[in-house]
Design a protein around this ligand. Structure first.
Ligand code: ATP
Ligand code: MG
Length: 402
């Protein structure tokens, strides 16, 4: 088996230079992990990670510019011709055990031990781009060709060491469109208590990659059937899984689908460690998910847009389109209304707060708030009245609430 991309030409010159430098210094050095996997899959790698028998201090000695990125875990970053190349010393342990950092990391002189601590066989292949030597002790290349995600060594043991791995297994199966090896899949329900201890930030990182994948429906179904989904997102609406896969590859729209019907969507999003802005956008879609009836007038559509916020309309239409609940013709009507740029917020009123105060002869007061809302109601009904004169006329006819 050979891959067209597993050649020196795929590797940036600066990365080759780092590997040559390490080898000239008397150390072993390989490309490992995601980049080797991606080259074997004929996909251009995102980044090139180097594993080496050199200790961080050796690397710092060999190269001019070295950043001590994660020196206690054996990782330093060599900066060469503007490129950042991570070099990690061979070691026999992962960063995390049971969701916590291990007390010590053992460095080894042995690439096979380093590959043995990695999660999946396809991620446990090393390749020396200078000699072309490939180190694949766990049959990773064969699994890649079979399109199977399989744990390195015993799945139960590996999942018990680090509870994030089951979620990574489902994430890789989803993103790469692979299946799970039966032993690997069977170990997931048995190690859920370990998964429960994993930090929410780590879960978030993996979950988002799965969520926006083209095959998200399959991934979410796998999360549900293995019990993972129930552990971190029991609120997810299983009825919407098909819609998620049809929706745009967007975190907000897809999360809103999963959280439809929830009364506290923002809290769920925060618990899952989504950034504030995404939590808010998602919550707004969930809480304002209902559409105006087909019989709605243009004024009713404008009132609905004003409450929803016009900027969220496209996402809400896409959400309903994905679930097949978008009435025919609604999209065109909404788009026509938005294209005419009617006033939908108080900031778009032709009289600002200062002008209102002058017209009413008061300073800042509750009356200003009442007047503003009254005028917005008026222009939502009749956008053409949104001129300074039109609003002044309307104000004269208006009696503030007692
Ligand atoms: P991606 O393309 O999604 O970044 P990747 O394989 O590069 O995929 P990373 O999370 O960047 O994934 O990790 C780099 C490598 O480190 C993996 O290929 C794997 O060998 C190893 N690894 C990462 N996380 C774990 C873990 N939790 N347990 C064991 N090995 C891991
Ligand atoms: Mg990576």
């Amino acid at each position: 088996m050979s891959s067209k991309l597993l050649t020196q030409e795929t590797v940036p010159p600066a990365v080759l230079e780092v590997i040559k430098g390490l080898q000239a210094g008397g150390f072993r050095a390989f490309l490992v992990g995601g980049c080797v996997r991606d080259m074997l899959r004929e996909q251009p790698p995102k980044d090139f990670d180097v594993a080496s028998s050199a200790l961080p201090a050796d690397v710092q000695r060999l190269f001019k510019k070295v950043i001590p990125t994660g020196i206690e875990h054996g990782t330093v970053t060599v900066v060469l011709r503007g490129l950042h190349v991570e070099v990690t010393t061979f070691r026999a342990e992962a960063d995390y055990v049971d969701g916590r950092r291990p007390s010590k990391v053992e460095f080894h002189d042995d690439i096979e031990a380093d590959l043995g601590r990695r999660d999946f066989t396809m991620n446990a292949i090393a390749w020396d781009p200078i000699t072309g030597q490939k180190v694949d002790p766990f049959g990773g290349e064969a699994d890649l060709h079979r399109q199977v995600v399989r744990c390195v060594r015993d799945a139960l043991e590996r999942f018990s060491e680090d509870g994030l791995r089951p979620l990574r297994a489902v994430r890789f199966a989803t993103v790469l469109d692979f299946t799970l090896d039966p032993g690997t899949e069977a170990a997931i329900p048995k190690t859920l208590t370990v998964f429960r201890k994993v930090a929410a930030e780590r879960v978030h990182q993996e979950f988002v990659k799965l969520l926006v994948a083209p095959s998200a429906t399959r991934g979410l179904t796998l999360l549900a059937s293995t019990g993972l989904l129930g552990e971190f997102l029991p609120e997810a609406s299983l009825a919407e899984l098909d819609a998620v896969g049809r929706a745009p590859r967007d975190e907000v729209i897809r999360m809103a689908l999963l959280l439809l019907g929830q009364t506290q969507p923002r809290e769920v999003m925060m618990r899952l460690k989504f950034p504030n802005k995404l939590a808010e956008d998602t919550a707004a879609l969930v809480l304002r998910a209902s559409l105006p009836p087909p019989s709605a007038t243009d004024a009713e559509l404008r009132r609905w847009l004003s409450k929803l916020e016009a900027a969220r309309a496209a996402a809400l239409l896409a959400l309903h389109e994905a679930r097949g609940s978008l009435p025919a013709g609604l999209r065109a009507r909404v788009e026509a209304i938005l294209a005419s740029n009617p006033p939908l917020t108080t900031r778009q009123l032709a009289l600002d707060g200062k002008a209102l105060m002058a017209a009413l002869g008061t300073g800042p007061s509750p009356a200003i708030g009442h007047a503003t809302r009254h005028l917005l109601e008026l222009v939502l009904e009749a956008p053409e009245r949104n001129t300074p004169e039109g609003l002044l006329t309307a104000l004269k006819a208006w009696t503030p609430p007692a």
